[in-house]
Design a protein around this ligand. Structure first.
Ligand SMILES: Nc1ncnc2c1ncn2[C@@H]1O[C@H](COP(=O)(O)OP(=O)(O)OP(=O)(O)O)[C@@H](O)[C@H]1O
Length: 253
């Protein structure tokens, strides 16, 4: 079995009395694509927010690339190699595509104390390379993001994951707001990540997509992981049984 890239042990998050995530033991291997599924409010986004340090966990351990980690915030997680595409895209509307790709990690031609000159040429070139890798077509990368369609914006956010040598990509509902063609484009990018051996956690409500794209499906229910099944040992009905609690929940007793 391949090396483990991400592991959580007993990962727990409570908001006051709300047990959003309870005792989650999760493993992701090198090169593996795993879907995280579950009903609304099952704890999927909460899980991602703890792994990416958008919030600080209540309890539990996280191991990334063989080391125990406690990132201070999402930037630190990103610097460690975890690229995340959130449900609400963290894109700056007024900036063009290269500026968005390099937001927070700009390349400089010159930097001395408060004086710096951005290396726009290098950032533009790296952007075009990244878009080429992901086969994303953006007609004019120099346009502000504001003028782009939902699908193009989503592709920019996803291309950002390809622009850097990410060790892990996490996508939270990347196609929820997209049309058919745009969804197909994002799914192609995901296949490209698989070909390049980049591991992925994909949160999705779309079981067709999940069965199409991933190796393994992890089901969350009421804040707990209730199943982890290889795609070839389960089917849509089985997964729905776990999501609804017919299987793997107290209702099954
Ligand atoms: N900041 C918060 N404060 C209080 N409760 C929260 C907070 N964030 C999430 N919750 C609660 O935690 C539980 C898990 O929510 P979470 O958003 O992780 O679910 P989800 O599986 O991602 O759902 P969805 O598919 O709807 O995005 C829910 O009961 C939610 O109401």
């Amino acid at each position: 079995m391949a090396r483990i890239i991400l592991e959580t042990r007993g990962l727990t998050k409570r908001y006051g009395g709300v047990h959003a995530l309870e005792d989650a033991d999760f493993v992701l291997h090198e090169g593996e694509h795993v879907a995280v599924v579950g009903d609304n409010g099952a704890g999927k986004s909460t899980f991602v927010r703890q792994v990416t340090a958008v919030e600080q966990r209540t309890a539990g351990e996280i191991f990334f690339d063989g080391q125990p980690v406690s990132f201070a915030g999402p930037l630190e997680a990103r610097e460690a190699g975890i690229e995340t595409v959130f449900q609400t895209l963290a894109l700056a509307d007024d900036l063009d595509v290269p500026s968005n790709l390099f937001l927070g990690r700009e390349l400089f031609r010159f930097r001395l104390g408060p004086f710096s000159i951005l290396d726009r040429k290098a950032m533009r070139e790296r952007t075009l390379e990244a878009l080429k890798t992901t086969a994303v077509k953006i007609p004019n990368v120099d346009n502000p993001i504001r003028n782009m369609s939902g699908g193009q914006r989503q592709c920019v956010a996803i291309a950002r994951t390809a622009a850097f040598a990410s060790k892990l990509v996490i996508m939270d509902e990347p196609t929820a707001a997209l049309g058919v063609q745009e969804t197909a484009q994002v799914e192609n990018i995901i296949r490209g990540l698989k070909d390049r051996g980049v591991p992925l956690i994909l949160i999705s409500h779309n079981l067709r997509q999940v069965f199409d794209l991933v190796d393994r499906i992890v089901v969350f229910r009421r804040g707990r992981i209730v199943a982890s099944l290889r795609k070839d040992e389960t089917d849509g009905n089985d997964i729905v049984s776990y999501i609804t609690g017919v299987k793997g929940g107290t209702e099954a007793a």
